[in-house]
Every structure is written in structure tokens, then in C-alpha cells.
Design a protein around this ligand. Structure first.
Ligand code: TNX
Length: 628
């Protein structure tokens, strides 16, 4: 019955959203009713709030947004006549939980009610999304009426874990850049920032008892160009590129995060992906060869980037590292990686073989499992829970481990069936480093994860009890993310889709409605100077092998509905005076070697022009890569 009522409420809300196109809140609130009229922001904005220090950041964020672009003034007081009232419930409203809120906007006042400061913070975010896009501007905007439509909203998240992962190892991002990323995350109610702090390409966190880790492991030779193609370090070349966070930096970031209801989840990726650690302490690998931190080289031979599990120094070293991390990070979890270990060096290593014999381990999978279980004991002794990539299932899952499922959903399903907690982040729906549209007009990467893939995925597979799924993440690996602008481009708008997947009720999912709201978010991102991708407006070519002998044909489509596609075979620039694509597969005319197409809405170009060679379409068809 409860579910039917929820479904009904969601449908009703969708209908209202369709009718009132000026409300564009993402993620879609659980219940939203638009009422008559508007609230107009006065030039002197009085705000009242409970006397609670934890409300300080929500109030500061609200005040900044309401004053910087408007030039207005905020007066904080406790008077009942304030135009904006923030109320923390004395008795918790069970419907709202810890992160939910109610927002009431009437012509006279705005009231945000919540059980906890986190809920107030999210109520503020929704209120800001009701104001004109320019409210995100960081400079004064003249001659604007700052009005918000009247609404009553009751809202709370579907999942408690709504994360984004940022890989700060492959490319280092400064403390200020990470804070900026957090500012963007909270606009869409994300609450976990998973920092991938170590990998073959850099160690990024100060460990006071092991200064070599950042002295050596945080630095690599400087290379510019295309990642993966770089020349290895030359003899005596200085390693000047990289960086790390001191523990003071990290404390500042953790504080910044906490004030915004974000938990920072630290990841130290072991036993593999550990070249930065091994470059700092060469005795920790099986081969004990000297290595330098990898700057994006293509290695002619496999680097031994895995820790030697037969070597007790490895566990002593990790104990030191995790002792400091456990003291530094308030997060109840520490992520220990565990992914993609090449186990060949372990097979050939006398110490690893001895360990397997002594511990009665049948194979190298069990050796990895032994490692993870031992790390779990270390973490537990420091009051932390272990989370790792789904490879930690191989050879037997550690007793209380939480699994982050990335190689599809299977690892997560298997773990949930064993009553373990799971964070879903399957690569084909959640990997923000993959192509988000036709690859020939995107910066070089690999694989495909379109906006539709992110939006249409559900983190709870049918076969699984929802209570084991803590939530999910979008993951941004940064091998080819060279700067913050590219970080934003890869994140948005796919992370808008994922924000909705992790926050809003499943029953309210509706692609067209999402796209309409997404398009209203773009001017907000523009006003805030945040980059985003328009790849979903580009054409998708799908090669089709003709059943008769007319050779190759191609279908053209777009993710966003209702766009007009014009095309040509002659290499010129199609516009609305060119042939219009009618939805049927088109054949290449005799001798034509390529096709060019472009998308338009109301006669205006909205996509990038894409030319593709017939040979490339054939290659994709033969390789089973039909759409990129
Ligand atoms: C696999 S996802 C990895 C990362 C890479 C990523 C590239 C995972 C747990 N491991 O080390 O950066 O692919 O997308």
C-alpha cells in the first residue's frame, strides 16, 4: 500500500513537473507541489535560524548565494518576522530522516524545516535551484528580479551513500580544486567524496612516520601530451611533477567536507596499483627492482606494481600507514583497493610461495584473500571498516568487508547474497572517465558510458535485498583528465543523472522530464563557470549489416529526443536545407567513403558535426563496437 501511495505521489508529481516547466530541481524531490504566486527576494533579507553551530555553513552558503549576485544584504536574526526561516525540528519527523527536509515557499516567506543540519543544507540547495540561474554567479548581476515559484516540497534520499570518486593519483588536484569539486557535488546532494590517494602514478597523502612516501612517491617526471604514450624517465631526470596533501591540508579538506555533509573516503590501493609505494620502498615488491613513479608511460615490460605478500615488512608498513589514516579520517571506512592485481610475480616468488604453504592457501587468489583479511584485522584494531573493489571476493571475502562493485553488478550481487554491504559503481553506468558520446569528437579515452546509461541504471538488482545496497557512486579516473576543466566536463551532466539515481524514488524516473530539467540546469552551471558536456546532443551512428548484398548501411540516432538530423556524403556541412534523416537505415551510395551529420532543434544547431568513414563503421561492426 505504502508503495502504491508513493508511486501515485510520484506520478502526480511528474505531471505537475511537466506542467510547470520552470521548476528544474535535480535530483527530483520526493514530493513537490507548485502553488500560486512567487516569492520575491527583498533587498534586505532577514534570515532566522536555530542557534546551532552546525547550521553555520548552510547559512553561509545561503548568504553568499543570496548576496554576491544580487548585491542584497542578509540580516541574521531570531525574529519570527524573517522572510527566510530555518527550523530544526525539536522532535524528529521520521519521514525526513537525517538528510531530508521540507521547503515551503510562499509569496511572503520561505521556510526550511529539517531534523538535522544536513537536511537544512539540502533544503537550501533546493531553494537556490528555484531562483534564477544567475544566482550561481560569482559577480554582481544587474537588473534582475530574484523570484522563486511558490512550492511545498517534502524530500529525502533513497540511499545514504551518494558518492563521487576522484582519482588524485593519476593527476594531482590541489586542495582548492578538490574543494571546488565538493562545492559542485553538494549542489546535487552528493555526500561521499572517495579520494583515490595512491596508485602507480603517485602517492598523495603525507604519512609522517614514512616521509619517503611523499618525498619520492608523490613526484614523477614531467610529461605533456597524450597519457599512455609518454617516454619513460631518462637517466638522472628530475621528478618535478605531482604533489600531495599534508595532514594539515587533509584536515582542512575534511572540515570543509563535513561542513557540507560530505564524508571523505580515503583509498590506499593495495596490494597492486602500488608502484608509487614500491618506488619509495623497493624492498616491498617480489622482484625488489628499482622503479620510478609512472608518469603515464607505456611500459614495454610489466612493472611489478604489487606488494609481496610473503614479506612481513609489507604488513608492518601498512600498519603504520593505516594507523595514521585512521587517526586522520573520521570516515568509518578505509578503502584498500584490491583491484586488478597481476598475480604472476607472486607465483614466482619464494616468499609468497612459503606464505601459501604456511597458511595452507591453495592458489594466488587465496593469497590475495589472505592479504585482505589481514588488512581487515589491522583496520578493525584501529576502529575502521574495510571496503574494497570487487576483486576482494576472489579467494574468499574478508568477514566484514564492504564491496564496491565496479566490474558490473555481479560482485555486488554476490556480496549482498552473502549479507555483505555493497556500494554499486558498475563501470558501464558509473564510470565518468569513459566516452559519453561518439568517440571521434571526444577527447581520447576508452569504453562508453552515455548519459542514458547513467540515468537508466538501478543500483538494486531484482535478485538482491535493498538493505545491503548502501548506495552508489560515479567514478572519475583521471589518467586522461589533465585539469579541472576536463574534470568538470567528464562529471557533468552524467553526475546529474547519477545524483537522481541515488537520491530520487525509482518510480519517478522519467528520461524526458530529466532532460527538460537538465537543460534548465545548464544556465546555472554556466553562471557558476562550471564546464559540462553536450555530448548527448551529438549523433550516434549505428552500423547495420544489410541482409541483402547492398553492403553497409547506417542508422543515426540521438539520446535526446526530438532533434532533427541532417546528413550528407559529400563532406560539406549539413544544415536544415540538406537531406533530413528519416529514421531508416541509409546505404552508402556507390563510391561514397564517409557520412557527415549534424543535429538541430528548431533550426538551430545543437550537436557537434560528426563525420565518420565507412571503413571505421565496418571496423566497429566487426569488433562489436556498434556505437562508438
Ligand atoms: C580500472 S576501476 C581501474 C583503474 C583505472 C580504470 C580506468 C578500478 C577499480 N581499477 O585503476 O583507472 O580502470 O578506467
Amino acid at each position: 500500500m505504502k508503495q502504491i501511495t508513493l508511486l501515485f505521489a510520484c506520478l502526480l508529481q511528474l505531471l505537475t513537473c511537466f506542467a510547470q516547466e520552470n521548476i528544474s530541481i535535480i535530483p527530483l524531490p520526493v514530493k513537490l507541489t507548485q502553488n500560486e504566486g512567487h516569492f520575491i527576494l527583498p533587498a534586505n533579507i532577514s534570515i532566522s535560524a536555530n542557534d546551532n553551530p552546525e547550521l553555520k555553513t548552510a547559512l553561509a552558503v545561503l548568504s553568499d548565494r543570496l548576496t554576491i549576485p544580487t548585491g542584497f544584504h542578509v540580516i541574521l536574526n531570531n525574529s519570527g518576522s524573517s522572510v527566510i526561516r530555518i527550523i530544526l525540528n525539536k522532535t524528529a519527523d521520521p519521514e525526513l530522516g537525517n538528510e531530508g527536509y521540507q521547503l515551503s515557499v510562499t509569496p511572503k516567506k520561505v521556510i526550511i524545516t529539517a531534523n538535522q543540519p544536513a537536511g537544512v543544507f539540502y533544503g537550501v540547495q533546493s531553494f537556490l535551484q528555484l531562483l534564477p540561474p544567475e544566482i550561481e554567479s560569482n559577480s554582481l548581476v544587474n537588473s534582475k528580479t530574484w523570484s522563486a515559484p511558490c512550492v511545498s516540497i517534502t524530500d529525502y534520499p533513497r540511499f545514504g551513500w551518494r558518492g563521487l570518486m576522484l582519482d588524485v593519483s593519476r593527476h594531482f588536484f590541489t586542495k582548492e580544486e578538490v574543494k571546488k569539486y565538493m562545492d559542485q557535488m553538494v549542489m546535487y546532494k552528493y555526500n561521499v567524496l572517495h579520494l583515490h590517494l595512491s596508485d602507480d602514478q603517485g602517492w598523495r597523502i603525507e604519512i609522517k612516520s614514512l616521509p619517503q612516501l611523499t618525498g619520492v612517491g608523490a613526484w614523477r617526471v614531467n610529461r605533456t601530451g597524450l597519457w599512455g604514450e609518454f617516454l619513460p624517465a631518462l637517466a638522472n631526470e628530475k621528478s618535478s611533477d605531482g604533489g600531495f596533501y599534508t595532514q594539515d591540508d587533509m584536515r582542512e579538506m575534511i572540515r570543509y567536507a563535513k561542513d557540507r555533509n560530505i564524508t571523505i573516503l580515503p583509498e590506499i590501493d593495495v596490494p597492486a596499483h602500488s608502484l608509487a609505494l614500491i618506488a619509495s620502498f623497493p624492498n616491498l615488491s617480489c622482484t625488489q627492482l628499482p622503479y620510478s613513479v609512472n608518469a603515464g608511460f607505456r611500459s614495454p615490460v610489466r612493472d611489478d606494481n604489487a606488494l609481496c605478500i610473503g614479506n612481513d615488512s609489507v604488513f608492518m608498513m601498512l600498519d603504520k600507514i593505516f594507523t595514521e589514516l585512521a587517526a586522520l579520517f573520521p570516515c568509518e571506512y578505509i578503502h584498500v583497493g584490491g583491484d586488478e592485481a597481476y598475480k604472476g610475480f607472486w607465483s614466482d616468488c619464494p616468499k609468497c610461495q612459503k606464505r601459501m604453504k604456511d597458511e595452507n592457501l591453495k592458489n594466488v587468489d587465496e593469497l590475495q584473500s589472505y592479504f585482505v583479511k589481514r588488512i581487515e584485522v589491522i583496520l578493525k584494531s584501529k576502529g575502521k571498516k574495510l571496503i574494497g573493489w570487487d576483486e576482494i571476493l576472489e579467494g574468499g571475502l574478508a568477514p566484514e568487508a564492504t564491496v564496491m562493485s565496479w566490474r558490473g553488478m555481479k560482485g555486488g550481487i554476490d556480496a549482498a547474497k552473502m549479507n555483505h554491504h555493497v556500494v554499486m559503481t558498475p563501470w558501464d553506468y558509473c564510470y565518468l572517465d569513459l566516452y559519453q558520446g561518439e568517440s571521434s569528437v571526444e577527447p581520447l579515452t576508452y569504453g562508453m558510458c552515455r548519459l542514458t546509461d547513467s540515468y537508466n541504471y538501478d543500483p538494486v538488482p531484482d535478485s538482491v535485498d535493498e538493505k545491503y545496497i548502501l548506495g552508489g557512486q560515479g567514478n572519475l579516473w583521471t589518467e586522461r583528465v589533465y585539469n579541472i576543466r576536463q574534470m568538470e566536463y567528464m562529471t557533468w551532466p552524467r553526475a546529474l543523472a547519477l545524483a537522481e539515481v541515488y537520491w530520487s524514488p525509482k518510480a519517478s524516473r522519467n528520461w524526458d522530464n530529466f532532460i527538460a530539467r537538465m537543460e534548465m540546469q545548464f544556465p546555472r552551471l554556466d553562471a557558476g563557470g562550471i564546464k559540462y558536456a553536450l555530448s548527448a546532443y551529438n549523433v550516434i551512428y549505428t552500423p547495420v549489416r544489410a541482409k541483402d548484398n547492398r553492403g553497409l548501411s547506417v542508422k543515426i540516432s540521438t539520446e535526446i529526443k526530438g532533434l532533427d538530423i541532417y546528413y550528407t556524403f559529400d563532406g560539406t556541412n549539413p544544415d536544415p536545407y540538406y537531406p533530413k534523416y528519416n529514421g531508416e537505415p541509409i546505404y552508402f551510395p556507390l563510391g561514397a567513403t564517409q557520412i557527415t551529420a549534424n543535429t538541430f532543434r528548431n533550426g538551430k544547431q545543437v550537436g557537434k558535426q560528426v563525420t565518420i568513414k565507412k571503413d571505421e563503421l565496418n571496423t566497429r561492426l566487426n569488433q562489436g563496437r556498434h556505437q562508438y
